[in-house]
Design a protein around this ligand. Structure first.
Ligand SMILES: [Zn+2]
Length: 312
């Protein structure tokens, strides 16, 4: 990929040394470029491109926990206890003549710190018209809303848009808006309007289906009713794109049994999370988490009765 300016070069160098994000945050400037090194899986090449980050109040993430519990969990990590600023990581798969995105990012209308994917794709030399498939884990704003461009047309005009059937049915159901709490009604309206625009390009995903050759859909519902993860096979390794089934590098790993305010069905979210962590710790295969650090890439290790995220 071309390096277009000394300014960009310095940002890249800083990012590669692991200093860039901190320096940029301190200066109040967000880096325009963040992309992982490629992971080779046989004929598949997986990279991760940043869509920026979100800012979420802690009482949204952990509505049932006391200030003391939250402090005891985060203080040892030197992390703030009032809010989290999770990264948003878009997995990109290149395979023969296919170019696949897993989720579409937040676009311009969710949080101002997110919606960076298009500039990341540009830096990576990817034209949106070259994207052959967009595979959705679920329909929350930070994953779906980036599917439309500034004219409210589908940004990836040539792509097949893969949506979990249960997710499609849930957000489009007549009673979903009425059943949704006020604070999240915009999620429903946003999903419905985007699905309507996308409809001609949409194909449904069912659990267990091979969506792309070597890419298997895994039911990980709980965060949303139709949430799916995707196991990318190739060579002797695999990578599980977990979406938001495992969201936070501290909470999800150290307290997987805690209710998450971001899960629409907290009890199902806990069951799914625990099963995934157990499987990943046993297999020692990599995961890519949409909101985890290190561009989401790492492994799961057991730590006492719980787990730890190991970047890499
Ligand atoms: Zn998310």
């Amino acid at each position: 990929m071309a390096i277009t300016s000394p300014d960009q070069l310095s940002r890249r160098t800083l990012l590669k040394t692991g200093l860039g994000l901190g320096v940029a945050a301190f200066a109040g400037i967000r880096p325009s470029f963040a992309m992982s090194d490629p992971i080779k899986l046989g004929a598949n090449e997986v990279t991760v491109i940043s869509d920026g980050n979100l800012s979420l109040p802690m009482n949204f993430l952990l509505p049932d926990r006391s200030a003391e519990e939250i402090e005891a969990l985060f203080k040892p990590h030197g992390l703030p206890t009032d809010a989290a600023t999770p990264d948003c990581n878009i997995t990109v798969l290149r395979q023969d003549d296919r170019l696949v995105l897993f989720d579409a990012g937040a676009g311009a209308n969710f949080q101002s710190s997110a919606g960076e994917l298009l500039s990341g794709l540009d830096d990576a030399g990817i034209d949106p018209a070259d994207v052959t498939d967009v595979v959705f884990t679920h329909a929350h704003p930070d994953h779906l809303w980036g599917i439309l461009d500034d004219f409210d047309d589908v940004l990836y005009s040539e792509a097949t848009l893969w949506v979990p059937q249960a997710e499609w049915d849930y957000w489009r159901a007549d009673d979903t808006l009425a059943k949704t709490p006020e604070a999240r009604k915009s999620f429903v309206v946003g999903a419905q309007s985007r699905f309507e625009t996308m409809e001609d390009q949409v194909q449904m995903i069912k659990p267990g289906m091979e969506v792309i050759p070597g890419v298997e859909a895994v039911d990980t519902s709980g965060h949303t009713p139709g949430h799916m993860s995707f196991l990318i096979h190739g060579g002797s390794e695999s990578v599980l794109v977990v979406g938001d089934a495992i969201t936070n590098s501290v909470i999800s790993f150290e307290k997987p049994e805690w209710n998450s305010g971001s899960d629409q069905d907290p009890q199902k979210g806990i069951e799914t999370r625990k099963a995934l962590l157990d499987r990943l710790a046993t297999d020692q295969s990599r995961l890519i988490g949409f909101h985890l650090p290190n561009m989401g890439i790492g492994r799961v290790e057991r730590s006492g009765a719980a787990y730890r995220f190991v970047a890499g």
